[in-house]
Design a binder for this molecule. Structure first.
Ligand code: AHG
Ligand code: MN
Ligand code: MN
Ligand code: MN
Length: 335
C-alpha cells in the first residue's frame, strides 16, 4: 500500500489547482488538521486504557454533557490551528462564541475561518464505536487586518472553500473536498502517514440503507413517518436495511460507500432539528454533494440556508440522490 498510493502531502502538491486563489495557506491549513487528527486518533485509541472516557463534568452551550474526549479534541484542534497561525478565527460546537486569532504579529492577516465539531458521536466513545471530527472552511468576508466578526462565520454552506471529516473507525480516515470531488486518505498508524485509499469517492445514485433514530418515531413529522414505512414496505428493492450508529460522520461515511440515506429531521422533540447547521450539516452536505449525492432539510438545499446564529440547528436528509428525492416528495406531500 505504501509504495503505490500517494500520501496526502503528495496529493496536495499534485493537485494545487484544487486550491482556489492558492497562496499555500489552505494547503497548510489542511496539513494542520491532518496533524491534529493524528493526535486525537492516538488518544481515541487509548480510550479504556487511560482516563479519557466518561464525562468531563461540564455542559456545552447545546446543553449536552461534555465528554473528556470532546474537550481534549477541541483543545488539540484549537491549539494546532492557533499555534500555526493559519486561520483568523475558529468556531466550535464546544465553545459558546467564536475565537479570534490575531497572530503573533497581531495583524489579523490570515484569510480563513474554520468551524468544527471536534468530536462527533461522543456517546459512542465509552463503548468503542466509531467517532469522528468534522470541519468546514470559509474565506473571511471582513477586511484582512481587522479582527473577525460573526459575519465571517455566518455564511451559507454554498460559500465553503473546503470541508472534511475524520473517522476514527476500524481504520482512521480523512475525507475532504475543496469543491473538486471527494478524496479519502487512510492513516497508516505505524508510519503516521495518510495514503490516498479512496480516490474520487461517489455516492451510489440509489441505495438500500436508511439511517434514522427510529426511537424518536412518535415525535417525527408525518412525511418522515410515511417515508420510514415506505422504506419498510415489501416491494421492488424494498424493504431497505436499517443502519444507525449515532455518529453522523460514521453513518454518512458508510452510506457514501454502500448507498443510503441519513435523516435527522425536525420533531416535536427538536423543533429545528438536532444537528448544527454550521459545523455538522453544511460540511457534510458539501461532501455529499461533491460525491454526487444530495443534502436537503426536507424542502430545500441545506447549503442555501442563510444562517443567523453560530449554533443554529437544521433538519437534514442526505445521501444517495434518488433516496433523498423520494424522502423530499413525502415531506412535500405530508409535511
Ligand atoms: P455530537 O457527538 O457532536 O454532539 O453529535 C451527535 C450527533 C450526531 O453525530 C449523531 O448522528 C446524532 O447526534 C445522534 O443523535 P441521537 O442520539 O438523538 O440519535
Ligand atoms: Mn455534542
Ligand atoms: Mn456532532
Ligand atoms: Mn461533537
Amino acid at each position: 500500500m505504501t509504495k503505490t498510493r500517494p500520501t496526502l502531502g503528495e496529493f496536495i502538491i499534485d493537485n494545487q489547482q484544487d486550491f482556489p486563489y492558492s497562496t499555500g495557506e489552505l494547503s497548510r491549513l489542511i496539513r494542520s488538521i491532518r496533524l491534529a487528527a493524528k493526535v486525537v486518533n492516538h488518544e481515541v485509541n487509548k480510550a479504556g486504557l487511560v482516563d479519557i472516557t466518561g464525562a468531563a463534568g461540564e455542559q456545552n452551550i447545546q446543553g449536552e454533557d461534555q465528554q473528556k474526549l470532546d474537550v481534549f479534541a477541541n483543545n488539540i484542534f484549537i491549539q494546532t490551528l492557533t499555534n500555526r497561525e493559519i486561520v483568523c478565527g475558529i468556531a466550535s460546537e464546544e465553545n459558546d462564541d467564536f475565537i479570534t486569532i490575531a497572530g503573533s504579529r497581531n495583524d489579523h492577516k490570515n484569510k480563513y475561518v474554520v468551524l468544527m465539531d471536534p468530536l462527533d458521536g461522543s456517546s459512542n466513545i465509552d463503548v468503542n464505536v466509531s467517532v469522528g471530527t468534522i470541519f468546514s472552511i470559509y474565506r473571511r468576508v471582513t477586511p484582512l487586518g481587522t479582527p473577525v466578526t460573526s459575519e465571517d462565520f455566518l455564511q451559507p454552506g454554498n460559500l465553503q472553500v473546503a470541508a472534511g471529516y475524520i473517522i476514527y473507525g476500524t481504520s482512521t480516515m480523512l475525507v475532504y473536498t475543496t469543491g473538486h470531488g471527494v478524496n479519502g486518505f487512510t492513516l497508516n498508524p505505524a508510519l503516521g502517514s495518510w495514503y490516498l485509499s479512496h480516490p474520487d469517492m461517489k455516492f451510489p445514485e440509489n441505495g438500500n440503507i436508511y439511517s434514522i433514530n427510529e426511537g424518536n418515531y412518535a415525535h417525527f413529522p408525518t412525511g418522515v413517518k410515511k417515508y420510514i414505512k415506505y422504506c419498510q414496505e415489501e416491494e421492488g428493492d424494498r424493504p431497505y436495511t436499517s443502519r444507525y450508529i449515532g455518529s453522523m460522520v460514521s453513518d454518512i461515511h458508510r452510506n457514501m460507500i454502500k448507498g443510503g440515506i441519513y435523516i435527522y429531521p425536525k420533531s416535536t422533540k427538536y423543533d429545528k432539528g438536532k444537528l448544527r447547521l454550521l459545523y455538522e450539516c453544511n460540511p457534510m452536505a458539501f461532501i455529499v454533494e461533491q460525491a454526487g449525492g444530495k443534502a436537503s432539510d426536507g424542502y430545500q438545499r441545506v447549503m442555501d440556508i442563510m444562517p443567523t446564529e453560530l449554533h443554529e440547528r437544521s433538519a437534514i436528509f442526505c445521501g444517495s440522490k434518488k433516496m433523498v428525492e423520494k424522502a423530499e416528495a413525502f415531506m412535500k406531500e405530508f409535511g
